[in-house]
Design a protein around this ligand. Structure first.
Ligand code: MF3
Ligand code: CO
Length: 255
């Protein structure tokens, strides 16, 4: 079932979205050469705790994870595309990092991901991030009342694939609200004009991921969580929680 949210409920979700954005800001500030992914997770825990919010990922155990999730953020570095575990790995110069976080306030969840480079960036990594952000922006722009779910995936794949990058469609976006993962599924790639009719009150996480090598294949790491590009190429993930409103799409995961 798809639950539409009232204006008041969307406001409540924005509070959770602010916490997610605060985590992104704090983690990004702390991320530097020599800092471990575990330390970044600790930074995120502190921000969530101080905001008196809850960590949606901690202990979450979906079918695609080998065990309950042990952290509050996903830390996906270089060839890891999604769900990278906050391990003792220490960041190196030029690492390409995606930080995925979801938090809840008063029982309402928000979910978002940012990507950035630590230290001296490679030109091609900055381009990958830029195109991923443009891909997400195109998806958000299509999240308007009267549109269709397929318009979102079509807009995103047009940008991402148009730039020559690979995309996968098994891990996409999702409805979000009282639970982090709700119906409907939000494909990264779809046919324009097809799928669910978008209505005011629909709140979804839109989360495209791109693989620099141009292939669409991914592999699960032996850690049971990390989803990696099959060709080992660098990958990027970005995400916002977005409300479809009468006035158009509203991003809830901003500071
Ligand atoms: N943003 C990701 C998603 O919606 C985060 C899942 S990580 C998990 O699938 F730890 F919660 F599983
Ligand atoms: Co998500």
């Amino acid at each position: 079932m798809i639950e539409l949210k009232s204006v008041g409920e969307i406001d409540a979700m924005r509070e959770a979205g602010r916490v997610v954005a605060a985590v992104h800001g704090a983690v990004r500030e702390r991320a530097a050469v020599g800092v471990s992914l575990k330390q970044l997770d600790e930074v995120a825990r502190t921000v969530i705790e101080e905001a008196r919010a809850g960590a949606s990922f901690l202990g979450y155990h979906p079918s695609f994870g080998a065990m309950p999730y042990p952290g509050v953020i996903c830390t996906s570095v270089n060839g890891v595309m999604l769900h990278g575990l906050p391990s003792p790995y220490r960041l190196r110069d030029g690492d390409l990092v995606s930080i995925d976080c979801a938090a809840y306030v008063d029982g309402w969840h928000a979910d978002g991901t940012v990507s950035f480079v630590v230290g001296q960036p490679r030109e091609e990594d900055l381009k990958l991030i830029k195109v991923a952000e443009e891909t997400l922006a195109a998806g958000i722009e299509a999240a308007v009342p009267g549109g269709r779910m397929g318009d979102i995936g079509h807009a995103m794949s047009t940008v991402g694939r148009g730039a020559g990058y690979g995309m996968q469609n098994d891990f996409g976006g999702h409805g979000i609200g009282r639970a982090m993962h709700e119906s409907p599924f939000v494909p990264n790639e779809a046919t324009r004009g097809r799928g669910l009719r978008l209505r005011p009150g629909l709140v979804i996480a839109i989360e495209p991921s791109l693989m620099a090598g141009g292939g669409d294949e991914y592999v699960m790491d032996s850690d049971g969580w990390s989803v990696c590009s099959a060709d080992g190429s660098r990958s990027v993930h970005v995400e916002h929680t977005v409300a479809v409103t009468e006035d158009g799409p509203v991003i809830l995961t901003l500071p």
